[in-house]
Design a protein around this ligand. Structure first.
Ligand SMILES: *Cc1c(COP(=O)(O)O)cnc(C)c1O
Length: 414
């Protein structure tokens, strides 16, 4: 049979299998929509909040209300939501530089941090104002899931200098598992038991609204993320957020602007409506992309590739990794996705060096907002074991069209 016919049959058969997952996802989406809507209503979001301000942005009630809406959604005391935060990495940097002081230790329990954080910490690349230069040390361990859940093991790891433990919810570019909210709750309990004063910070990128709880609901002191990922709902043109304990959010705000100014300034220019509307739509958009990820997982599993998570495993982020085993298939996959994009479908993704990343990266991103990865994107650092990371897609049907095209491209280079 020809490839197109084979894929059509596979599509039909997978559609029957994956159907059984939708009910659970719909419940999550409904719970999150409810929480988001209640936060809008409680904080009396009004049409004048959507207008935007200029200059210093003094008395910008739209900015203040959005901070409160985020805080409520995250079950946090405070939040800082700003278009001036340029990316997820920047939001994380505000938390690390805002809170850590010389002599403090930052600890990771899940192995290597996300690629872009390595330069910030000072364990790779350039040396321009890294945490290491400020005498903030970093230690990483890669605990097994069993060790993470063992309070005695956690206790042996903490030192008096350990000021902050950084957890990562999603898998990032590692073949490591992501951390569900149930697991995170236990891990945070263990950390707090061993060292009550330690600040638990969670890199929440790609995790928002995939489950019904956020890290701040299960004990995290502070979270950060990007608005061109999940909580921007595909509409936010830029931005990032920080949410958590008030004093910590204020410390991050003082790093964003300056001590003494903190979150009291910051014009919202022309993007505020999109930040609100994107947040409002986000639970539904995340629901679409998780559906697409499940379809992609089953499709590539059936084609004989290792995928993570498996199609029927519970999810806590929107990332689907697919190990294709060689660079030719990686390129074919990304080009297949790109060809089915609403924007820039005619361009051919090529691997290249990216700021913050060590290996060349190939990226398919035919998105309306540059690099927005709640819109459908696929990327892969070109290194063993040649795994591609697929995430986002604002509609299930569109994701299906794109991953079927990617599957076809992969089959044809094989
Ligand atoms: C995307 C991501 C980041 C960094 O976000 P950028 O917006 O690319 O700077 C950090 N951590 C994780 C886990 C991510 O997925």
């Amino acid at each position: 049979m020809n490839v197109a016919g084979m894929l059509e049959d596979l599509d039909r058969s997978i559609e029957c299998e994956v159907n059984c997952k939708w009910e659970t996802l719909e419940k999550v989406s409904l719970a999150n929509h409810t929480r988001v809507l209640n936060a809008f209503i409680k904080n009396r979001v009004s049409s004048f909040h959507l207008q935007g301000s200029s200059g210093y942005g003094y008395d910008d009630t739209g900015r203040e209300a959005l901070d409160k809406v985020y805080a409520d959604i995250f079950g946090a005391e405070a939040a800082l939501v700003r278009g001036q935060i340029v990316s997820g990495t920047h939001a994380i940097a505000l938390c690390l530089y805002g809170i850590l002081r010389p002599g403090d230790e930052l600890l990771s329990l899940q192995g290597s941090p996300y690629d872009t954080l390595e330069e910030m910490i000072g364990i790779r690349g350039q040396q321009n104002g890294t945490l290491a230069q400020y005498n903030i040390s970093y230690r990483q361990l890669k605990l097994t899931p069993q060790e993470l859940l063992n309070p005695d093991r956690i206790k042996t790891i903490m030192t008096p200098a350990t000021r902050m433990v950084m957890l990562q919810r999603s898998r990032g570019y590692a073949c490591a598992p992501s951390m569900s909210m149930v697991e995170m709750e236990q891990v945070i309990d263990n950390i707090k038991l061993a060292a009550p004063e330690v600040i638990v910070f969670v890199d929440n990128c790609y995790g928002e609204f995939v489950e019904t709880r956020e890290p701040t609901h299960v004990g995290a002191d502070l979270v950060a993320g990007s608005l061109i990922k999940n909580p921007g709902g595909g509409l936010a043109p830029t931005g990032g957020y920080v949410a958590g304990r008030r004093e910590l959010v204020e410390a991050a705000a003082c790093r964003l602007t300056a001590p003494g100014i903190g979150g009291e300034v910051g014009p919202t220019l022309c993007w505020q409506r999109q930040l609100y509307q994107g947040l409002f739509l986000s639970p539904g958009m995340v629901y679409q992309s998780v559906k697409g990820a499940i379809f992609a997982a089953r499709l590539f599993e059936r084609l004989g590739y290792a995928v993570n998570p498996a199609w029927d495993e519970p999810r806590t982020d929107i990332i689907q990794s697919i190990t294709l085993g060689n660079p030719k298939r990686i390129l074919a996959f990304c080009r297949g996705i790109q060809k089915m994009s609403p924007v820039d479908a005619h361009v051919t993704p090529e691997p290249c060096d990216m700021p913050g990343y060590d290996d060349p990266i190939v990226m398919a991103a035919g998105t309306f907002i540059q690099g927005a990865s709640l819109e459908l994107t696929a990327d892969s650092p070109l290194r063993e074991p040649y795994t591609v990371y697929l995430q986002g897609g604002l509609s299930y049907h569109y994701i299906k069209l794109a991953v079927l095209a990617a599957a076809r491209a992969v089959i044809e280079v094989r």
